[in-house]
Design a protein around this ligand. Structure first.
Ligand code: FES
Length: 202
């Protein structure tokens, strides 16, 4: 290469000086170009590296949030609103009491397992269903959703069972319904199984 360049070099001193200056400029330009190419390669690698770590960080954060969320039961705490619902002996096993439906939008149900208080609100669009005693089911008049006595949905567009309020026994022996504690039901699982704490043992 050097010999080839030497062959091309002019013999005239002035022309030789100019030729050398041109060759040196070409060499500098070639080196600058190489540096630029190497620099852009590394910046591409940095970008990909940051992208990878960013994705990993987001994935880890989502996993952590999901773990924290699963540590808490699906219970919503609403403003305090309690009412007395009479004595346990006022209720008959296997019956749905509509006594508190109008004022508190709540059914009190007594079964062999105990008492529970259903929030009388259809989980489709929020209408108030009716209890049909002869058919032993709750029926929503708006779009026809049906629920078993447990509140589990089985027909119509309702996406999940009806929710329940907390029910307990007060100091005076009367049933207390606490509407500030709502047991929110998820789809496809019997309410008695997903929230057994919503049942007050008789
Ligand atoms: S609101 Fe009850 S079925 Fe639509």
């Amino acid at each position: 290469m050097a010999a080839a360049l030497k062959d091309k070099a002019p013999t005239d001193p002035a022309a030789l000086a100019k030729w050398r200056a041109d060759e040196q400029a070409k060499e500098r330009a070639r080196r600058d170009k190489e540096k630029t190419e190497i620099g852009s390669l590394w910046s591409r690698r940095d970008f990909l590296g940051r992208l990878g770590w960013g994705g990993f960080g987001a994935f880890a954060t989502i996993g952590l949030l999901a773990a924290v969320r699963s540590a808490f039961p699906r219970v919503l705490f609403l403003p305090p609103s309690k009412f007395s619902a009479g004595y346990p002996g006022d209720y008959v096993i296997g019956e749905v009491s509509e006594k508190f439906k109008q004022d508190f939008r709540t059914w009190i149900v007594r079964t062999k397992a105990g008492f529970y208080a259903i929030f009388a609100k259809c989980t489709h669009l929020g209408c108030t269903p009716r209890w049909l005693k002869t058919e032993q089911k709750f029926k929503c008049p708006c779009h026809g959703s049906g629920y078993y006595i447990s509140g589990l949905n089985f027909e119509g567009p309702a996406p999940r069972p009806m929710d329940r309020f907390k029910i307990s026994i007060g100091d005076d022996g009367q049933l207390i319904v606490d509407k500030s504690v709502l047991y929110e039901m998820q789809p496809g699982v019997d309410p008695n199984e997903q929230h057994p704490e919503s049942i007050l043992k008789a």
